[in-house]
Design a protein around this ligand. Structure first.
Ligand SMILES: [Zn+2]
Length: 447
């Protein structure tokens, strides 16, 4: 593994063990590798140059620091040149370079392109090296060889289930949110080739998606917390039937209709996923982007989640992003509920220092199988490398601190490394079995 982590303050042996242990990366939004190597305008990657490093998530910090909307659009323009793009970033870079997002960018630039300092001169070097990097096979090089990741779990933002060309490297979630959203019923029904005249037909559509893709998915994922509370009432089909009929008739839905349908389909999907032994991943906590997060709603996530956990003891839930900033409540939830697992995906770069404290607290409070420690949460692959480096440093710091303070012995800290970086994910998502199934999925060789 090429990636180094700054090791100030770390126990040498713990740091070495963390460095050579591979991550199971439990959450990404990576586009297919061919989307990058055969790039065309439009889609989730708006341009094909070095500025993809700055597009997700550091662009939010840049704009919160003061970057104008015009400069933000230059940043991702396929036409603007390197000089122009750097001129847009430069005034704000000193203010964001030390945030978790900024650290992920800097560490990625160093590990992938060998460039330590970003400035008007070095950025030209990065631009050249970007071109040399993006070619078939580069996902494996960046993710496995440089970042030390054994497999990723991708929640595609383009499909309800992505028939990936790299099935054992980019394992996929099935989108529970898409199947739950009223507005997407028609496209799901068409894909399943089922005529929908009522709710029972749509249940068959959801069944089709799970039957067709469930065996090849690692989990079911919903990020519906971006648009509502997680207060899903267990609405019986009789109650959801009338609003659902209004939906398929094209009538105007009230907010109450929408909630009824979403609530009903949430539980339908959760039970379906649980019956196939697929864990259910729920976005909780902080919102991506900027100038949009309703903190009062985000604060209801931990409380709403405990109702979900109570109602579905047979299902296993992965609560993502440590519910940031309500991570102390997530520690309490993981300790109390057998069916709650807390995922640190994205958290290391939202708030590196709190993430260290969260992990320390988890390891001496909840059973050690209840935590997953890494998911890059990126659309472009490049910043995953830097994020994995931030996470490795954070894990090593957390373990070093627990040993220094006498909560763990040195041997115990070393022993925890493998389970929290990969073993817990292996067990929870049945990765050995999945890797076997994904070695030869039906969609490969179709075209
Ligand atoms: Zn995500």
């Amino acid at each position: 593994m090429n990636a180094v982590i700054p090791d100030e303050g770390l126990d040498t042996e713990i740091a070495a063990r963390v460095r050579r242990t591979l991550f199971v990366d439990t959450h990404e939004h990576l586009v297919e590798e061919t989307t990058r190597t055969e790039w065309k305008p439009g889609g989730r990657i708006p341009c094909d140059d070095w500025s993809v490093l700055f597009m997700h998530y550091i662009d939010s910090d840049l704009q919160v620091a003061g970057m104008s909307p015009e400069d933000r659009s230059i940043l991702s323009s396929p036409d603007a040149d390197t000089r122009r793009k750097w001129a847009a970033i430069e005034p704000w870079w000193p203010m964001v370079r030390n945030t978790g997002y900024g650290q992920a960018v800097r560490l990625s630039a160093e590990a992938i392109y060998g460039v330590r300092d970003l400035n008007g001169t070095t950025v030209k070097l990065i631009a050249d090296r970007y071109r040399a990097t993006v070619k078939p096979g580069f996902y494996k090089r960046l993710l496995v060889t440089i970042a030390g990741i054994e497999s990723c779990q991708v929640n595609s933002l383009e499909r309800t289930f992505m028939e990936t060309k790299l099935p054992t490297l980019l394992m996929q979630d099935i989108s529970l949110m898409n199947l739950q959203l009223p507005d997407l019923w028609r496209e799901h029904a068409e894909a399943a080739d089922i005529r929908v005249t009522g709710l029972a037909d749509y249940h068959r559509v959801v069944d089709w998606w799970f039957t067709t893709y469930g065996p090849y998915a690692v989990a079911a994922k919903s990020q519906i917390a971006y648009s509502r509370r997680l207060d899903f009432a267990d609405v019986p089909p009789e109650e959801a039937e009338a609003p659902f009929s209004r939906l398929i008739n094209g009538d105007r839905l009230t907010a109450a209709d929408r909630k009824t349908i979403e609530d009903h389909l949430f539980w339908y999907g959760v039970r379906k996923a649980a019956s196939m032994d697929l864990p259910i991943k729920l976005h909780t906590g902080y919102y991506a982007g900027h100038n949009g997060m309703p903190m009062a709603r985000v604060a209801t996530n931990p409380g709403d989640v405990t109702e979900i956990l109570r109602r579905a003891p047979e299902a296993r839930f992965v609560l993502m992003h440590i519910g940031y900033p309500f991570w102390d409540q997530m520690v309490a939830i993981a300790k109390h509920w057998h069916n709650a697992f807390i995922d640190m995906c994205w958290a290391w770069i939202i708030d590196p220092v709190s993430s260290v404290r969260f992990l320390q607290s988890m390891l001496v409070t909840a059973p050690s199988n209840k935590v997953l420690t890494f998911g890059g949460d990126f659309i472009p692959v490049e910043p995953v490398v830097g994020h994995a480096m931030v996470a490795r440093r954070g894990i090593a710091l957390a373990l070093t601190g627990l040993v220094r303070d006498g909560w763990l012995s040195h041997a115990q800290a070393i022993e925890l490394t493998d389970p929290i970086m990969r073993g817990n994910a292996h067990r929870l998502f049945r990765l050995k079995e999945k890797a076997h199934t994904l070695a030869n999925p039906p969609w490969l060789g179709k075209d």
